[in-house]
Design a protein around this ligand. Structure first.
Ligand SMILES: *[C@@H]1O[C@H](CO)[C@@H](O)[C@H](O)[C@H]1NC(C)=O
Ligand SMILES: *[C@@H]1O[C@H](CO)[C@@H](O)[C@H](O)[C@H]1NC(C)=O
Ligand SMILES: CC(=O)N[C@H]1CO[C@H](CO)[C@@H](O)[C@@H]1O
Length: 215
């Protein structure tokens, strides 16, 4: 019985380890045809005779992103399959994050990817939290890298006196992002106040205060 359990556990770990990534490609390229109106896992392919270098090119992370959220003071600029159709089925993407003074990229997860950051400039306090609620954190500086394992809560905060930015790499064409504060307090329709009050052990007035502060 114990042996069967162990085998099942190993199989489960194996399955998660091996299959927890974007699907393998079955051809050279499958440039996303976002006008097709067909919904599949990923995007259908453009006619290969119609593809060009532009399908594989993006200049959008060459320059700092414009920071418009003054509470958080950070801006994420994606470079994923929504920006680069040639990434469809390739299982990788990037992003750039720019930080205002004391700017924060707030706690969030990427359901489909591990993330590796490279500090372009400045100094950041970064961390992730394991499923045992252990915080793994570090101050990282220009030229240094840090890894946020797939699906775990993580954040980055600008600490330095200098302009701060990171480049992020992901093992998914579209890693997806879910910010905890936004997901819980600004969803449409609302998560009921009593659910949040009970979850955070606060009263519903405080739930409404948090909601108001975020929207
Ligand atoms: C792909 O494009 C080529 C060139 O325009 C065309 O000859 C061919 O019929 C197209 N294939 C399909 C399946 O539409
Ligand atoms: C963070 O970066 C901005 C520029 O994006 C810079 O002006 C600011 O001084 C930095 N913040 C801190 C706390 O050093
Ligand atoms: C590196 C890796 O884990 N690759 C796997 C990704 O997922 C596909 C199935 O979708 C596997 O075939 C790969 O081995």
């Amino acid at each position: 019985m114990a042996a069967t359990g162990a085998v099942l556990l190993v199989l489960l770990a194996f399955t998660i380890g091996v299959f927890a990534n974007d699907s393998d490609m079955l051809q050279d390229v499958c440039v996303a045809d976002r006008e097709s109106g067909i919904f599949v896992n990923g995007f259908p392919c453009k006619n290969i005779s119609m593809i060009t270098a532009e399908d594989f090119f993006f200049a959008g992370i060459a320059q700092p992103g414009k920071i418009t959220n003054n509470i958080l003071g950070s801006k994420v600029t994606g470079a994923n399959v929504q920006d680069i159709p040639g990434l469809n089925t390739l299982g990788v993407s990037m992003a750039r994050v720019d930080f205002a003074p004391y700017g924060l990229n707030p706690p969030h997860i990427h359901p489909r990817a591990t993330e590796m950051i490279f500090v372009l400039k400045g100094e950041l306090y970064v961390g992730f939290i394991t499923t045992n609620n252990k915080l793994i954190s570090k101050v990282v500086k220009i030229g240094e890298t840090f890894v946020f394992p797939r699906g775990l809560a993580h954040f980055q905060k600008n600490l330095s006196k200098y302009p701060t930015a990171v480049i992020a790499a992901f093992n998914s064409q579209l890693p997806g992002t879910q910010q905890f504060a936004a997901a819980l307090f600004t969803s449409k329709p609302d998560v009921p106040n009593d659910i949040l009050a009970q979850a955070f052990n606060i009263n519903t007035k405080k739930v409404e205060m948090i909601r108001a502060g975020l929207s």
